[in-house]
Design a protein around this ligand. Structure first.
Ligand code: NAD
Length: 485
């Protein structure tokens, strides 16, 4: 069973200091399933103060062995509480149950184990070769050490993945953390806090969780001089605000932002695989994924065929109750998101697009829904083709050969992910190398894994999460030079 949501500040699970809570709504039915603490400004300040104290006054940042032990305890607790956490993820985020044994829960938990092992074997100190800079024989050591207090600010779409991909490496690196989840998914973060408090030896203040219905809790963290690094995942617009706010105290920012990724099918490519996969993946979790390929770019001569394949694929996708193991496309997170998606569907129509399938609201009594939709007839200049919708909407565009496909794929403010399909792997790889994005799939390859760095080019972000790079985002580099005797 899941305990009521509480804040975690300085090692103590507690209500908000003002006693206020706000309702947690399950997006599939709009029922209130719980209440989360509405942290006050004082609570946010107390969490930062606790994290600062734990960093400055305890051995946390220097005792690697103890850190590894604590993270292994946390991993064990997350595995043991898997059934309850998976159910909570489906209830709170509307994540289809079938995803919780993959990227919505089990994979992120596996990633925590992976980064813990990485830290256990990491070269925290290494000697540079002998040298005599300016004629002085010197022994030089490069030390990698924690940055300090990390503010982790996360969105609602893949809450376990993003919470753990931040706090795992941040803590493994020796930082202390204040986690601020999205207003819609406070409980998953609060449960993580509870498991850390009740099942690990993490010292007070090393890990703190703040929940709030107001974005201002996040904004407070980004300008607080006691915070050294902001690790943020969310929209590009908010990422800009975070960067601007962090500039005041010149703190480090690590940003994972939006996307409008392209799935390119070359003229020799299998449309069933390329177009079918793009149509399927854009429906997973109702299209609420930053790295989904939401633009399908196909040879002009095969455009109608590609639209038909995409539409047919979507017609077979199960939309509905996220607890049903057959469901692929669950609800949108809230009414704001539903209105946003419907606004884009109206825009697509106004821009001259036509719906090969979808374009409507599914006929459910309650909850926030959008039907899987294929938009045809637009070019890449349309706003529908350029802006992130964050719903189950695929735009199909035509290309006139490999160069044109690369041009269209790159003609985007974003650069998060993408895919290339071709019968000729070498040709597919050549196209993949020319697309300016952080991850790419060639002929159905899967880039998402604990050891694989993930992140964006251009306005999709700064830095990399997961993999070795994902640990090193949370490290400083210090060189100590000692005169050799
Ligand atoms: P959002 O930007 O609205 O909010 C993200 C987080 O930032 C929330 O916790 C929110 O409370 C907080 N926040 C809002 N305003 C803030 C401010 N001024 N200062 C500090 N914090 C603030 O995003 P969302 O709607 O929760 O999530 C959807 C977006 O996230 C999409 O654009 C999606 O592409 C992006 N996303 C990116 C990745 C990635 O890894 N690149 C992963 C998942 C989601």
């Amino acid at each position: 069973m899941t305990a009521p949501a509480q804040l975690l500040i300085d090692g103590k699970l507690a209500a908000a200091s003002g006693g206020a809570t706000y309702p947690i709504v399950t997006p599939a039915t709009e029922e209130v399933i719980g209440a989360a603490p509405a942290a006050t400004a004082g609570d946010v300040g107390a969490a930062v103060a606790a994290a600062r104290r734990a960093f400055d006054e305890t051995a946390w940042s220097t005792d690697v062995g103890f850190r590894i032990e604590c993270l292994r305890q946390l991993h064990r607790a997350l595995v043991d509480h898997g059934p309850a956490m998976r159910a909570l993820t489906t209830a709170e985020a509307g994540a289809p149950a079938r995803l919780t044994t993959g990227p919505q829960y089990d994979l992120p938990v596996e990633s925590l184990a992976w980064v813990t092992d990485l830290a256990a074997g990491y070269e925290w100190e290494r000697e540079l070769g002998p040298a005599a800079p300016m004629g002085i024989p010197t022994t030089r050591h490069v030390h990698r050490e924690a940055v300090g207090v990390v503010a982790a600010i996360t969105p609602w779409n893949f809450p376990n993945q993003i919470n753990l991909a931040k706090i795992g490496p941040a803590l493994a690196a020796g930082n202390t953390v204040v986690l601020k989840p999205a207003p819609d998914t406070p409980w998953i973060a609060a449960e993580l806090g509870r498991l850390a408090a009740e099942h690990t030896d993490l010292p007070a203040g090393v890990f703190n969780v703040i929940t709030s219905p107001e974005h201002v809790a996040g904004a407070m963290l980004t300008s607080d001089p006691r915070v050294d690094l902001v690790s943020f995942t969310g929209s590009t617009a908010t990422g800009r605000a975070v960067m601007a706010s962090a500039a005041g105290t010149l703190k480090r920012v690590f940003l994972e932002l939006g996307g409008k990724s392209a799935a390119v099918v070359l003229d020799d490519g299998d449309l069933g695989a390329g177009a079918g996969l793009a149509a399927y993946s854009v429906c997973v979790h109702a299209g609420q994924g930053c790295a989904l390929t939401t633009r399908l770019i196909v040879p002009r001569a095969r455009y109608d065929e590609a639209v038909a394949v995409a539409a047919r694929t979507m017609q077979h996708i199960k939309v509905g109750d996220p607890t049903d193991p057959a469901t692929v496309c669950g609800p949108l997170i809230n009414s704001v998101q539903r209105d946003r998606v419907e606004g884009y569907l109206a825009l697509a129509r106004a821009e001259g697009g036509r719906f090969a399938v979808g374009g409507t609201r599914p006929d459910f009594d309650r909850g926030f829904w959008a039907a899987p939709t294929v938009v045809a007839g637009l070019d890449n200049d349309a706003r529908t083709s350029r802006e992130e919708i964050f719903g189950p909407v695929l735009v199909v565009l035509a290309h006139d050969g490999d160069d044109d496909a690369v041009r269209i794929a790159n003609d985007s403010p974003y650069g998060l992910s993408g895919a290339v399909t071709s019968a000729d792997p070498e040709r597919a790889r050549a196209v993949a190398k020319r697309i300016r994005t952080g991850t790419l799939s060639v002929n159905g390859g899967v880039w998402f894994a604990p050891d694989a760095p993930f992140g964006g080019y251009k306005q999709s972000g700064l830095g990399r999460e997961m993999g070795v790079a994902g640990l090193e985002e949370y490290l400083e580099t210090k060189l100590i030079a000692e005169a050799a005797r």
